[in-house]
Design a protein around this ligand. Structure first.
Ligand code: SAM
Length: 295
């Protein structure tokens, strides 16, 4: 427990899939003026340096955000169109790098904070004793900090206490580290409770695609939970490499319950370019499936 530090993974291909999806979910939900409550159940430190610290040891951003921005630059020079969905995502990354150098990568708390309108609220959970201090410090620097609550608590057991939000409009990002394989079970339990209390909320779950029994089973288990509650879902995965035996993370997925109708088109636009930009030795692949529940 507590050996996971997200700085090692900041700006990786998995962060790109997660954050590109997240931005679209918020922007869709903000098409209506009603207050939106956003919950990030596994916040991490909030924002990360790409030029020193853990990220420079793992170098995961090299195969992620650095690779993507280089690809986009090559496309620009060749006048090759870049999908709007990717440009929209990059706007948020560039906004944290105002001098034009890519030295900083925003995590989900910063991306969500930057999207807050005056009527919206953001709730962040983080359990790691060091990460929570860094998160509090980082969030304290933001002008939106008064709209943000930070909880040093176990989000799997506390999420239900925040649901439904007062305005009954809510987005929940669930992004565990899966350091503890019990996380898969806790996640399923938290989702069951969340849907019982707030069936119409939008839930975005990230997971690693790895050869662990619990990880392989997760999408089907989430489909079952969605079916029990008669909820629509969207399931996507982005693979950048297909090298059996390789230890680094090669693929990750997002499972969205109650996705906006626009999300599938948004991802269908981005994913072919992401597989080209990030794929290693022709290993780039994606999956995109959805199901619409009849209520
Ligand atoms: N969502 C972040 C982002 O996209 O920038 C990354 C979060 S990282 C994958 C997962 C974080 O969850 C870690 O910082 C870990 O300490 C924290 N964590 C693990 N178990 C937790 C729990 N039960 N409740 C709250 N936070 C937890």
């Amino acid at each position: 427990m507590f050996s996971y530090r997200h700085a090692f993974h900041a700006g990786s291909h998995a962060d790109i899939l997660k954050h590109l999806t997240l931005i679209h979910l918020v922007q869709y939900l903000q098409e209506k003026p009603g207050a939106l409550t956003m919950v990030d159940t596994h916040a991490g430190a909030g924002i990360y340096s790409l030029q020193d610290g853990f990220s420079t040891i793992s170098k995961e951003a090299d195969g992620g955000i650095f690779r993507l921005t280089q690809y986009v630059e090559t496309c620009r020079r060749a006048n090759t169109p870049i999908p709007e969905s990717i440009l929209e995502y990059l706007k948020f990354i560039n906004a944290e790098n105002v001098d034009g150098q890519l030295t900083t990568y925003p995590g989900s708390p910063f991306i969500l904070a930057r999207l807050l309108r005056p009527q919206d609220r953001l709730k962040l959970f983080e359990l790691h004793p060091k990460e929570i201090d860094i998160l509090r410090h980082n969030i304290g620097e933001l002008k939106q900090s008064k709209q943000i609550d930070i909880y040093a608590e176990d989000s799997f057991s506390r999420l239900k206490g925040l649901l439904p939000p007062p305005s009954r409009r809510g987005l929940v990002l669930i992004d565990p580290s899966y350091e503890d394989k019990q996380d898969y079970r806790y996640l399923e339990g938290a989702m069951e409770e969340a849907l019982q209390r707030f069936a119409t909320g939008c839930y975005a779950i990230w997971y690693p695609v790895i050869s662990r029994r619990e990880s392989i089973a997760l999408p089907d288990r989430l489909k079952k939970i969605a079916a029990t509650h008669k909820r629509s879902w969207l399931h996507t995965e982005l693979r950048v490499e297909n090298a059996p035996g390789e230890r680094r993370l090669q693929s990750s997925g997002m499972f969205i319950i109650n996705p906006p109708w626009t999300l599938e088109k948004h991802l269908a636009q981005a994913l072919p370019t992401l597989t080209k930009a990030l794929g290693i030795n022709g290993g780039g692949q994606f999956l995109l499936k959805s199901f619409e529940a009849k209520n």
